[in-house]
Design a protein around this ligand. Structure first.
Ligand SMILES: Nc1ncnc2c1ncn2[C@@H]1O[C@H](COP(=O)(O)OP(=O)(O)OP(=O)(O)O)[C@@H](O)[C@H]1O
Ligand SMILES: [Mg+2]
Length: 305
């Protein structure tokens, strides 16, 4: 697949604060790239650099094969940035906001552009209401609709679903996946690991100013470790006996009282553990095998910092 965005050795400091220290990443055409990282790790800063809003100190960014700083005007035609703060005007209606952007972008039929986007984002009923009266989810949808005026090839979305309820978040995920199906390249940042898991083709984890881990969601999950067997026992006697009995295994007691057995050695460990408990008549309320999650990876990477 062709590379749409290539970031090479990008450095950025604010006064003495070295925020980005050699960021390297590539985003393939027509894919979704999710940038993860703790608060203040520099996600928005990187996004602003790639979209030409911030200068970098050193490094190189190419978009569509063109070097960013020398071709910013041309590159700007191909993308839109949806920043962390809303860009809509609350005094205007949803329709007026979209129409205004379409006019600013000199599109031939601003009214049609606005109405088509309202329709696509399920906002036709709210067309003539002032945006200040929209719910958070509606505003977010309108925000994304705004960034689609003029059909840019590349979309930068800075925390697109922050603050949304689960239903609105899911709806927006559908919208984002649909944009990908229509061939758009999407670069997003998120605090939600599940979001990266659901949407991303490639995840990059930003920490200490550079990408410390990168891969597909399943590759990233493997970094977080291993599957575990969770045992729920009915009382403290049972827990104590089980801990003693299973002392040869890599086992830990959780805050909630359950026992967690590391399955690094293979899933057959589960069978051995359950057989042992059963032959020693230790009562078990329930058990489950937990697959590694992105949360595990996230915690692991943060701990390693
Ligand atoms: N214009 C600026 N001037 C000075 N410092 C800045 C500026 N913009 C960002 N920073 C600092 O750079 C660091 C990274 O900020 P940035 O907003 O990129 O983080 P982030 O990963 O997007 O965080 P969040 O998850 O909270 O959105 C922070 O310490 C921030 O205070
Ligand atoms: Mg940010």
């Amino acid at each position: 697949m062709e590379n749409k965005i290539v970031v090479n050795g990008v450095n950025k400091s604010f006064k003495n604060h070295h925020v980005l220290a050699g960021v390297d990443l590539t985003v393939s055409s027509g894919s979704i790239y999710a940038l993860l990282g703790a608060n203040g790790s520099g996600k928005s800063t990187l996004l602003k650099i790639i979209t030409g809003l911030h200068d970098m100190d050193t490094g190189e960014v190419t978009v569509n094969g063109l070097e960013l700083t020398r071709n910013l005007r041309q590159i700007r035609q191909t993308f839109s940035l949806n920043s962390q703060t809303s860009t809509t005007d609350g005094v205007l209606t949803g329709f007026e906001n979209l129409q205004l952007i379409a006019k600013l972008r000199h599109l031939p039929d601003p009214t049609k552009v606005a109405d088509d986007l309202l329709n696509q984002f399920d906002l036709t009923d709210a067309r003539d209401r002032r945006v200040a009266a929209y719910s958070g989810g509606m505003q977010r949808r309108l925000d994304i609709a705004m960034s689609l005026v003029g059909e840019p090839e590349i979309l930068f979305l800075d925390e697109p679903t922050t603050g949304l309820d689960p239903k609105s978040r899911n709806d927006l995920w559908e919208v984002i996946l649909d944009l990908k199906r229509r061939g758009k390249t999407i670069f997003l940042t998120t605090q939600y690991l599940e979001e990266a898991d659901q949407l991303a083709d490639q995840i990059g984890f930003l920490q200490n100013g550079h990408i410390v881990a990168t891969g597909t969601p399943s590759e990233m999950k493997k970094l977080g470790g291993h599957s575990r067997l969770q045992l729920i026992l009915p009382n403290t006697d049972a827990i104590e006996s089980a801990v003693k009995l299973l002392s040869d295994f890599d086992i830990s007691e959780q805050e909630d009282g359950s026992l967690m057995v590391n399955l690094d050695a293979g899933v057959s460990t589960s069978l051995k553990v359950l057989t042992l408990l059963s032959t020693h008549n230790i009562p078990l309320s329930s058990f489950q095998v937990l697959a590694p999650t992105l949360d595990d990876t996230f915690m692991q990477l943060i701990k390693g910092a």
